[in-house]
Design a protein around this ligand. Structure first.
Ligand SMILES: NC(=O)c1ccc[n+]([C@@H]2O[C@H](COP(=O)([O-])OP(=O)(O)OC[C@H]3O[C@@H](n4cnc5c(N)ncnc54)[C@H](OP(=O)(O)O)[C@@H]3O)[C@@H](O)[C@H]2O)c1
Length: 337
């Protein structure tokens, strides 16, 4: 692509801040000129956009661990794309890079804001999933906070998703028993039959609490928390003494105007449970090791993954809302090229 042409940069902007459930009307499809890269910058054509639950939090006008999205601005988001113009010697035309260019087709940013990726080893879009931020989240939360030992029982919620699927598979690699909680029989079957979890429990089933008990006969030593609400309450009744709970996310609560808190604190006290919230960007020094280990597990087939792909920016907001409702199966992506 030559940047002097009439081609425009399609973008998705934040139009309004949702109260409760996010809707497609909170987004606006817009067009802007393709940016020119400044000195030290590169211009990238995005091939893939990542859709992630944290984006819902960025739409709120509240203080959080990172800046909120602003009304009228491009929605934030991780991207993989191809360098099409460069004004920095560290990246050349044709390089594939992962960055944070947001919900748009093109973006210019300093070369140092990108990481060059090898798309021969794994497909480009996997750098937004299993060998990207969600994979590192699983690795950091499980291995540096929960530290499961062989024979222990690890339970993970949103288990068929981008983070949860990696958590359970690493737990198996470490010799633990992996129990995944997910929505619906198809996702639960996938956990056991394709990802080799020891059990997949459907939290939407009327027998959820009994099924969870049956799947955790020796109690729960690690609960990798992704959802909160009723699922958290049920799992907290199964804690063993000195259980660990990395608090990664609370996706069941992100669209609630009155989110529920921790209902069974007593279990945390009597079982001396370690609960630690964490954000994957807290420890950048761990990323290279995590990424290298994840890549080798993917290459050797020890970690498998699945993707749900929406086509084009015009379908991004619908896919984003669908993901928050569990319509995705594995990592939710938008294909842009
Ligand atoms: N702390 C960090 O640094 C960090 C980094 C990345 C992600 N996260 C968190 O990790 C969690 C998973 O993220 P992800 O990217 O891997 O997303 P994901 O699991 O691929 O997609 C979200 C899933 O959440 C589940 N869900 C939605 N509503 C639910 C409800 N009411 N109850 C139970 N499950 C529900 C759905 O699966 P079902 O069909 O199974 O319901 C949906 O597929 C999120 O909470 C996210 O915020 C945290």
């Amino acid at each position: 692509m030559e940047t002097g042409t009439m081609e425009k940069n399609k973008q998705v902007l934040l139009k309004s801040r949702p109260k409760g459930w996010v809707s497609e009307a909170d987004f606006e499809l817009a067009e802007a000129p393709i940016p020119q890269p400044g000195e030290g910058q590169v211009l990238v054509r995005n091939h893939w956009l990542s859709l992630d639950p944290y984006m819902r939090g960025r739409m709120n006008d509240t203080k959080s661990y990172s800046a909120k999205a602003e009304i009228g601005e491009v929605m934030v988001g991780g991207t993989v794309g191809e360098v099409i113009e460069t004004r920095d010697p560290s990246l050349k035309k044709g390089d594939f890079v992962v960055g944070m260019l947001g919900w748009q087709q093109y973006g210019a940013a300093p070369a140092k804001a990108f990481r060059a990726i090898d798309t021969k080893a794994v497909p480009a879009q996997a750098y937004l999933g299993v060998v990207g931020m969600p994979g590192v989240t699983a690795w950091v939360g499980l291995l540096t906070i929960a530290e499961p030992k062989p024979g222990e029982t690890v339970v993970v919620s949103a288990a068929s998703g981008a983070v949860g699927s990696v958590v359970g598979q690493i737990a198996k690699i470490r010799g633990a028993r992996a129990v995944g909680i997910a929505g619906g029989p198809e996702k639960c079957r996938y956990l056991v039959e394709e990802l080799s979890f020891d059990a997949g429990i459907d939290y939407k089933s009327s027998s959820f609490v009994r099924d969870l008990e049956a799947a955790t006969p020796k109690g729960v030593d690690v609960y990798f928390e992704n959802v909160g609400g009723d699922v958290l309450e049920a799992v907290s009744r199964r804690f063993n003494p000195f259980a660990r709970m990395p608090l990664c996310g609370l996706v069941s609560q992100y669209n609630e105007t009155n989110p529920v808190g921790l209902r069974n604190l007593h279990s945390f006290l009597v079982n001396r449970v370690k609960l630690q919230g964490f954000i994957v960007s807290d420890k950048p020094e761990l990323w290279p090791r995590a990424l290298q280990e994840l890549a080798s597990w993917v290459a050797s087939g020890k970690i498998k993954y699945r993707e749900t792909v929406a086509q084009g920016l015009e379908n991004a907001s619908k896919a984003f809302i669908g993901m928050l409702k569990g319509e995705n199966f594995g990592k939710q992506l938008v294909k842009l090229v």
